[in-house]
Design a protein around this ligand. Structure first.
Ligand SMILES: C[S@@+](CC[C@H](N)C(=O)[O-])C[C@H]1O[C@@H](n2cnc3c(N)ncnc32)[C@H](O)[C@@H]1O
Length: 385
């Protein structure tokens, strides 16, 4: 069957010709979910081959004429995986049991898809159900080229549906398995929900934290499975207190600490509860921490009313700073594509206190296109107070 085709308006055609791969479809004719679409410019010349993703209002451009592929098929997707793997090999990331990002959206020529290798299994995300058939083909290629036992394919639908649609290509993983990041073991629940236990985008920040942590009393708010806490603990922190609202992730974090033989409850504390309430209590009892990590979800309803970054982060930053003595460090992360917006939030919370000593964002296994600057979604700064 011949692919559908669309003639792109001049602006959209030039976006693709200048490297863009996620074409906004709000002003384009409708195409069926998952349909392969040939993109033409107003002169009738081929601009690219795309997959229709109406749920996200996007045409996902998988190839341009320069790539030399006549259609979107296993050969093209396999070539994308091979190239992505070559870059990760150059970075020294693949290896037995290793954890790293193998495919990252448009930066790897696969807009709408990501894939984390987590030891012998990988988790591949498709950003809508329409992309699933292509996700399966990508998973086959990932399994073969990266020599994995299997790949769990998950649909990451808009708005974060409660039920995760998933299927396995190759051998199914056990309920729990272990992956290594720089030799540190982390428990992975590949068949669990959307998040499987380790955010690979924080790898380089764990290295930075290890430099700041020795001898410090550390407080990690929104600690999830304790990966940032563990980086500090292994680096020789005097103590690490991890705070998260979920009992389940606290047990998981304890397990990760135990795998690193860190089991002293006097030094490695896990507090189940709300981060803001924890800080209010700590301020009252005059607890002090030399290094406080704050990595809140962009949006949370943990305390009944919705919490948003823009409105509520400065107050959280002020509360965190209140438990840090002069000379201590505040480490802040936010899901935003602009460093400036995180710095402004920090400024509002700190009112002149502190100097930025480190800044960073996504690691090199998270390539993003210059044509799509909003894809650089992570910002991190450390401030010395
Ligand atoms: C983005 S994850 C943090 C990731 C973590 N910093 C890491 O790198 O592994 C967000 C975590 O915040 C927790 N959380 C959400 N609202 C919270 C709140 N009000 N207080 C404490 N933890 C909260 C969630 O349970 C989840 O584990």
């Amino acid at each position: 069957m011949a692919d559908a085709f669309i003639t792109l308006p001049a602006e959209a055609a030039s976006f693709v010709k200048n490297g863009g791969r996620d074409v906004d479809t709000s002003k384009l004719p409708a195409t069926a979910p998952g349909e392969r679409v040939r993109l033409l410019d107003t002169g009738g010349d081929d601009v690219g081959l795309a997959i229709s993703d109406p749920e996200n209002q996007r045409l996902r451009v998988m190839a341009t004429p320069d790539d030399g592929f006549p259609r979107i098929d296993g050969a093209l997707l396999g070539w994308r995986v091979e190239r992505a793997l070559a870059w990760r090999s150059q970075l020294g990331l693949p290896g037995p049991e290793h954890a790293y990002r193998l495919l990252h959206h448009a930066g790897d020529g696969v807009p709408g898809f990501t894939c984390d290798v987590l030891g012998p299994w990988a988790v591949l995300y498709a950003y809508s159900a329409a992309l699933l058939p292509f996700a399966r083909q990508l998973a086959e290629a990932v399994c073969g080229f990266a020599r994995l036992r299997g790949v769990v394919v998950k649909v990451r639908a808009r708005g974060g549906a409660a039920e995760v649609t998933q299927e396995v290509v190759g051998e199914a993983p056990p309920e729990r398995h272990v992956a290594l990041e720089r030799g540190v073991p982390f428990e992975i629940h590949a068949l669990g929900g959307l998040n499987v236990g380790l955010f690979t985008d924080m790898r380089e920040h764990r290295v930075t934290l290890a430099r700041h942590a020795p001898g410090r009393t550390v407080l990690n708010l929104f600690s999830y499975t304790g990966a940032l806490s563990l980086a500090c603990a292994r680096a020789g922190a005097a103590s690490v207190t991890s705070v998260d609202t979920s009992d389940g992730v606290q047990a998981w974090a304890r397990g990760n600490f135990a795998r690193s033989e860190l089991t002293d409850p006097a030094r490695w504390r896990f507090e189940t509860g709300d981060a803001v309430r924890f800080l209010a209590r700590a301020a009252k009892t005059r607890e002090r921490y030399d290094l406080v990590l704050v990595d809140p979800p962009t949006f949370s309803t943990a305390r009944g009313k919705p919490w948003t970054l823009e409105r509520d982060y400065p107050e959280l930053i002020a509360q965190a700073a209140a438990v840090i003595p002069d000379g201590g460090l505040l480490w802040l992360a936010a899901n935003t594509h602009e460093l400036g917006s995180l710095v402004r939030l920090a400024q509002r919370g700190l009112r002149g206190r502190g100097a930025i000593v480190d800044q960073g964002g996504l690691p090199p296994d998270y390539p993003t296109l210059a044509a799509q600057p909003r894809d650089r979604y992570l910002q991190v700064i450390s401030l010395r107070l």
